[in-house]
Design a protein around this ligand. Structure first.
Ligand SMILES: [Zn+2]
Length: 111
């Protein structure tokens, strides 16, 4: 059985329908929060994207698999806690020098 492309990094934005949830400005962050729905399997992914222009290699994203009912209640300010509550999620970006790996625990989002 082959896993859906939404479970195997690197990810392609064209595989997803994206819904903008808003921006998390906690602690002066500017985290962009979106819910992405896989066009192939219908899975819902919570994506958190943050980058600090003042710091090189600061770009990072997190994406965690969530139930559809969670997708309707997540707010920008609760997105990181939602990710932390999951058994695992993907992380990647220049901060990690990675196109995606599985991890868990509190996502590092501050500069
Ligand atoms: Zn999928």
């Amino acid at each position: 059985m082959t896993e859906c492309s939404c479970l195997t990094p690197p990810f392609n934005y064209q595989d997803f329908d994206s819904k903008d949830i808003g921006v998390d400005e906690t602690n002066g962050r500017y985290g962009s929060v979106t819910i992405e729905t896989c066009k192939k399997c219908g899975a819902n992914w919570l994506r958190y994207l943050v980058e600090y222009e003042a710091f090189s290699k600061s770009g990072r994203w997190y994406r965690g698999l969530i139930w559809p009912e969670r997708a309707t209640v997540i707010k920008p300010e609760t997105a990181l806690a939602e990710l932390e509550s999951l058994d695992w999620y993907f992380a990647g970006g220049s901060y990690f020098d990675s196109t995606g790996f599985k991890t868990s625990g509190p996502p590092a989002a501050d500069p």
